[in-house]
Unconditional design. Sequence first.
Length: 269
Amino acid sequence: MTRRALAPHVEGQTVEGVVIRDHRLRWPVPADLPQRMGGQRVERLERRGKYLLWHLASGVLISHLGMSGAWRVLPRSRPVPLPGRHDHADLMFAGDCIRLTDPRRFGALLWHAHTAGPVEGHPLLAGLGVEPFDALFDGAWLYRGTRGRSAAIKQVLLAGDVVVGVGNIYASESLFRAAINPRLPAHRLGPARSHRLAAAIREVLTEAIAVGGSTLRDFVGADGAEGYFMLDAFVYERAGQPCRVCGTDVTRIVQGQRATYYCRRCQRR
């Protein structure tokens, strides 16, 4: 969704300047990033999992929004707002300023030079799983990918080495729709439940894309629009409220420092 919003503003456009205000993101932003990108045209903008890949002539900018980051499009046809405390970087184009905002600084801006080989071999990308809408992804793929995995199925979904793009919100919602307890050890996921879960993941993501994604307290889309998937969530951020299916209070637990929401009745082990 972020890629779709940004692409019309950056693809085919030349980077006129790069302003880095805070190099302290999840990994240090390269000090020479402005020199590497300046004067080059963005040939195309791609997505791999939750990474945005900005392809330029000499390399690829790898960006990640972390838990709360956002790219915002600020037209230069009117005065660009002064940066706030969480506005860490600006990519300047002839028509727009593309501003990175990240309150928690869990995002990333990294450079991968073409001389280092294909970007798919970068350590952050090499171990990623398949895309949810890839023809390879189905129940059989999910079943094979969870064999020998003792971690909870929710954690395996978030790990991204079996399937990418299933973030915290969508994992909770997908597990609810598939009637699977988020604490279930992944290796106990049988073929039938694997097929249910794979179908639920695609269903949830399809619905989220249709309404513009999910909006958290400190996140909006690249075009400034909010997503509305959260308004229809069955369990996420609904702790203590009645399940929309059975009426049992939704439970909140913490897994791997991330909140998980589920219905104890609908999602029995």
